[in-house]
Design a protein around this ligand. Structure first.
Ligand SMILES: NC(=O)c1ccc[n+]([C@@H]2O[C@H](COP(=O)([O-])OP(=O)(O)OC[C@H]3O[C@@H](n4cnc5c(N)ncnc54)[C@H](O)[C@@H]3O)[C@@H](O)[C@H]2O)c1
Length: 277
């Protein structure tokens, strides 16, 4: 029997929380670069009654993304995309962050946009980091939004001389995610589908724990101590926003980005997290 299919990329805590919230009754195809992560999440979800298939896939490869989509289509039409794959500034060098988080996300949104079912919905996980970086020029924003995916990494603003460090690469990637979602929402709209991004603050997951234990650990601990919420978030709280965006209640929301960070960005600009001048 054909079922509506959800593609989940990134078998982490955020991805699983969203898939569990939205995926009942669907075929859920999970792709992750680490097959053991995909299998571990698939096991938890199968044990909880979900219909899940785990696959190895690499978000930084168009061929791998197409293979995942082709596999998903064997089960039915793709009705949902949840992109929660990514690498953080402490996990990978500049080049890998740009290739996975920036280029890979752009390709995934493009490829799924070609085949998404009418009425389908997608979310991609960006980050508060994209909101914290100073504004880019309108021309730079448009380059990130509209440059063909295969030419993105050749943009001058993404060349090594213009990227200070891995945090800067991550910020650029996440800013690009938000801009890509805006541009893609126009194309997805032609198919009667919607796509949005969610920009979480610090959410306790293995990726965040790597950050807490990495070179910027104190920076992160200070961030959640001094944000209005006074704590990091949980993946299930991110799923609350995804549920709004992916359900009929979000029918008028597309091409948008939702910051959910316990107020950390607000505090960064106008409160105790403001960097000293
Ligand atoms: N946890 C946070 O505090 C936080 C905050 C803001 C944004 N995010 C974003 O949320 C997303 C999910 O993060 P998480 O915290 O759930 O992390 P996680 O480490 O729990 O999961 C990320 C998953 O992505 C997979 N992955 C990495 N590179 C890949 C590739 N090239 N192809 C396919 N899969 C790949 C990893 O193997 C891992 O299973 C990321 O994009 C991250 O940048 C996380």
């Amino acid at each position: 029997m054909k079922k509506d299919v959800m593609i989940l990329t990134g078998a982490g805590q955020i991805g699983m929380a969203i898939a569990r919230r939205m995926g009942a009754g669907m075929k859920i195809v999970i792709g992750d670069k680490k097959p053991e992560n995909a299998q571990a999440i698939a096991k938890i979800m199968k044990d909880a009654g979900f219909d899940v298939e785990a696959m190895e896939m690499d978000l930084s490869s168009r061929a791998s993304i197409k293979k995942l989509i082709a596999k998903a289509q064997e089960y039915g039409e793709i009705a949902m995309l949840v992109n929660a794959a990514g690498v953080s500034p402490s996990q990978a060098p500049v080049e890998a962050i740009l290739k996975v988080d920036l280029y890979g996300t752009a390709v995934l949104l493009e490829e799924v946009g070609k085949v998404i079912k009418e009425g389908g919905v997608g979310v991609t996980i960006s980050s508060q980091s994209g909101h914290r970086m100073p504004a880019l020029t309108p021309e730079e924003d448009e380059q990130l939004a509209c440059t063909p995916a295969e030419e993105l990494l050749e943009l001058d603003i993404l060349q090594p001389k213009n990227i200070k460090d891995t945090l800067h690469a991550y910020q650029m990637a996440k800013r690009c995610n938000e801009k890509r979602v805006m541009a893609e929402s126009v194309k997805w709209g032609e198919k009667g589908a919607r796509v949005n991004s969610i920009s979480p603050g610090i959410v306790v997951t293995p990726l965040a724990i790597d950050e807490f234990n990495g070179p910027r650990g104190d920076f992160y601990k200070n961030m959640f101590a001094k944000c209005p919420a006074g704590r990091p978030g949980t993946a299930d709280e991110i799923a609350n926003v995804a549920e709004l965006l992916m359900s009929d209640k979000g029918a008028f929301i597309t091409g948008a980005d939702f910051l959910i960070d316990g107020g950390a960005t607000a505090s960064y600009f106008y409160g105790p997290l403001k960097p000293e001048a």
